[in-house]
Design a binder for this molecule. Sequence first.
Ligand code: CP
Ligand code: NVA
Length: 303
Amino acid sequence: MKRKHFIRIWDLSKDEVLKLINRALELKRTKKWERKFIGKILGLIFEKPSTRTRISFESAIIKWGGSSIFLSSKDLQLSRGEPIKDTSRVLARYIDILVLRTYHQETIEEFARYSSIPVINGLSDKFHPCQVLSDIMTVVEKGKDLYKAKIVWIGDGNNVAQSWIEASALLGFKFTLACPKGFEPEKDLLDIAKKQYNAQIEIVHDPKEAIKEAEVINTDVWVSMGQEEETQKRLSVFKKFQVNKELLQLASPSAIVLHCLPAHREEEITEEVLEGSQSVVWDQAENKMWLHMALIEFLLENN
Ligand code: CP
Ligand code: NVA
């Protein structure tokens, strides 16, 4: 059997994604599981900072009875030029499953190519697939029907947005993304989504138009990790894409607001909206842990 990694949403089938989300919801609801991964070790190698992804994965493996080893990539011989393909094969002799957070998607892909253990993308420049699985879990948990609710993204066509594009294409729900011109998701990705998956994805440049009747509103930072040099330009280009009270009033009154966090208050989202009654960000952050429990179980049992 081919080694199963989780590097992008399209690595899974629609059925697998739906099962993972249901399993995560079940774990959260019942709080019942066996400590069936005693002795299993989850490694985490991060090139960038993390609060949620790191801690939720570490908590998840500990709940299963296993342990974790976290390393910044600076602490590895990788930082002194040891090839990824060597590091990957050596790590697989010590640990059972690996989460990577890297600047470049290609780094994770190369790790996976040489790895005899499952490799998980914990965020790259191109995708944040675990995030979007737990975001969809939150949408379902809040009682929204993926296939009826209008789901919109307001802001940058970034890594998280691109995983939403893949989810929309794979699961077959409609997705509207409003971003400034020049900040769209990658054209190749949109082309594949449309041609191979028949995806119903709308890219627009007017946030007011996009948010009309929305039931699910997503946003994220305007400056992702690794884009710090573009900060000044981005802060000015994205101004009218702020999720604030005025914009939110154009959405459905029962709309929920998601943000993967960390949030930059008064940039992409106002304090008022983030802390307001429609925000579900704290449940969304918690759900990462339940989803990661389900994902670890799925990958350890299917490899
Ligand atoms: N949402 C998310 O991935 O947060 P961290 O950067 O804290 O892991
Ligand atoms: N788009 C953001 C997400 C952080 C979790 C970034 O890549 O920095």
